[in-house]
Design a protein around this ligand. Structure first.
Ligand SMILES: Cc1cc2nc3c(=O)[nH]c(=O)nc-3n(C[C@H](O)[C@H](O)[C@H](O)COP(=O)(O)O)c2cc1C
Length: 562
């Protein structure tokens, strides 16, 4: 006798067994027209087949399910399919379409995954030049803890023009300073992005008069085709300026850095999505084009080490900056980092002070930043988030008396004018966006950059997929997104009675704290008087802000990281 338990256990085979039974019925009981098939005439053959088409389709379908069940039982990769032949595939089907179902049917307009629908729609509207207004009032809960706003003025001023919202980057050691827009395209390499995406970004930058960061994959022909201003990023792999064994090559560097399209040089120390993590481009992805751009052999694994080989101390970093500045013909040179060990950051400041060499700019990337591919521990749990990092970098440069000589850029989920103004209030001079500009290119946040199956042709090397992205059309969207966002910055500045982002301070932004309290951003921020770290009088303030921070300043040395 079969127990209830064993009947229940056998029930999982029902869909497969039913398929076999129906296939058998079709084979033996239903007339599929076998007998009428006349193989001598194609016309008659087709006629007989069409007369029984419906039955043939059902027969083929159930035959397929029967065979699928057999395959499920004999394979050993998926225990689920062995236990649930045929029906187990439903789980994989739903697993595949889960992101789409979530995105289109379940996700709320404000869920950050990682960008909310509201943020994405804002970019789509601005990049298509559609109205970006909202009807019927705010959908924000303005009484929730953490809600932030900027106060307007009773004496608003005329909106500053987009052309005026620029800053000059390049200190006294620089003979070719650059006039940079307050909003630019953050680093994304050719390799992570498709050739068509790179062309669209660069042409957009040209149309809108702003800068396009190459990412560490070097300057490709696609970056050069339309002549948009470039920030050349140099990572640990020294792509485009490396010797055969992967070390920095000054001659190759100078040849590219002196080209007029390159406006600034950025040494990549780390990025928020994977700080302290190198990378490996597998040989099968090293196409002749990528190999030529990066200066590496075709088809061979390409390693980006975790650390730089051109320097191994904070003083070494400063000397490298000075060398690059000289080799580039006096262009602004800076570095990008995600803040990690704070003592190391203080060591860098001490190296600036001891060598007298200053970077022209520092880009602070928050741990909330994006990437093409990174281990989940790195994206989720390593590195300092942007707002904390930015105020630390800004305050410590003020404390070291260096802030007026160095410009600060910020990146990390910056999409709207308010996002830009908030980072300015925290100490930035300008903002970069990577994924914002990907949305302008048509990215739908499918989060498949690491699969080479990007549905919109933005983050793939598949020639068919990237063909769908028209660089001409999308370059206009890139320029529109930039122009409309900077205009929105101007409009908010005007409403607040300000005429430039440099006038925004942490006192302009308010935040709802716990128990309905309201405070300005400045209240909880680290603030140091100008030069307070030079005579160590700021140490007590560091200590007051976070116990142990003052000791880190005192322990930091210019000669070594630790
Ligand atoms: C597809 C992709 C590729 C990236 N490649 C680089 C890179 O080559 N170098 C780098 O410094 N950062 C890289 N980043 C990080 C971005 O430049 C940026 O710092 C980070 O994503 C934060 O900006 P976002 O929030 O606007 O995307 C990449 C990001 C993405 C999404």
């Amino acid at each position: 006798m079969l127990s209830i338990q064993s009947v229940r256990s056998l029930a999982r085979f029902i869909p497969w067994l039913a398929s076999i039974a129906i296939t058998a019925i079709y084979l033996f009981e239903i007339n599929l027209g076998w007998a009428e098939l006349d193989w001598r005439s194609t016309e008659l053959l087709l006629k007989t087949f069409l007369a029984h088409l419906y039955d043939w389709i059902l027969f083929a379908f159930f035959l397929f399910l029967s065979l699928l069940g057999i395959r499920d039982l004999i394979q050993s990769k998926h225990a689920l399919l062995r236990n649930y032949p045929v029906i187990g595939h439903i789980r994989f089907l739903f697993e595949n379409i889960r992101p789409e179902i979530r995105q289109y049917l379940i996700e709320s307009d404000q869920d950050d995954v990682p960008f909310s629908r509201n943020s994405r729609v804002l970019v789509y509207q601005r990049s298509k030049n559609l109205a970006d207004t909202q009807a019927f009032g705010s959908i924000e809960n303005e009484y929730r803890e953490g809600y932030q706003w900027i106060n307007h003025s009773m004496a608003p001023v005329h909106h500053p023009s987009n052309d005026s919202l620029r800053i000059t980057v390049g200190g006294s050691a620089c003979s070719q300073p650059y006039s940079l827009s307050i909003f630019n395209i953050s680093a994304m390499s050719f390799g992570a992005l498709s050739a068509n995406a790179i062309m669209a970004l660069n042409k957009g930058a040209k149309l809108g008069g702003f800068a396009h960061d190459t990412g560490e994959g070097s300057v490709s022909p696609y970056h050069e085709r339309y002549g948009g201003d470039l920030i050349w990023e140099i990572g640990t792999g020294y792509f485009g300026c490396r010797t055969d064994d992967g070390k920095f090559d000054p001659v190759k560097f100078a040849a590219t850095a002196q080209r007029s399209q390159i406006k600034m040089i950025e040494i990549k120390l780390s990025q928020g999505a994977k700080p302290g993590h190198g990378g490996l481009l597998p040989g099968n992805k090293v196409t002749p084009e990528i190999a030529l751009t990066r200066g590496i052999p075709v088809g061979k694994d390409c390693d980006s080490p975790a650390a730089h080989s051109a320097f191994n101390s904070p003083v070494g970093l400063m000397q490298f900056i000075a060398e690059l500045r000289k080799l580039s013909g006096g262009k602004p040179v800076g570095f990008k980092l995600c803040v990690g060990n704070i003592q190391e950051w203080f060591s860098v400041i001490k190296a600036m002070l001891s060598t007298g060499i200053r970077p022209d700019f520092i880009v602070v990337d928050g741990s909330e930043g994006g990437t093409g591919a990174a281990p989940v521990e790195f994206t989720d749990h390593i590195g300092t988030p942007l707002r904390e990092a930015l105020q630390l970098v800004n305050a410590s440069l003020v404390g070291a008396g260096l802030r007026d000589q160095i410009r600060i850029g910020a990146s990390g989920k910056i999409i709207s004018a308010f996002d830009i103004l908030r980072v300015c209030a925290l100490g930035a001079d300008w903002a970069n966006s990577a994924r914002g500009f990907m949305f302008a290119l048509g990215c739908i946040q499918s989060r498949s950059c690491n699969t080479d199956r990007c549905p919109t042709g933005v983050a793939t090397q598949d020639p068919y997929r990237q063909h769908a992205l028209d660089p001409m059309d999308k370059s206009v969207r890139v320029a529109n997104f930039h122009r409309n966002t900077v205009s929105a910055v101007g409009a908010v500045l005007g409403a607040a009675g300000l005429s430039h982002t440099r006038e925004v301070t942490s006192d302009h932004i308010l935040q709802r704290g716990p128990m309905e309290t309201v405070e300005t951003l400045s209240l909880r921020m680290l603030k140091l008087p100008e030069g307070a770290l030079l005579d160590d009088s700021g140490v007590a303030l560091l200590e007051q802000y976070a116990p142990g921070l003052g000791a880190r300043w005192l322990n930091a040395t210019a000669a070594s990281w630790h």
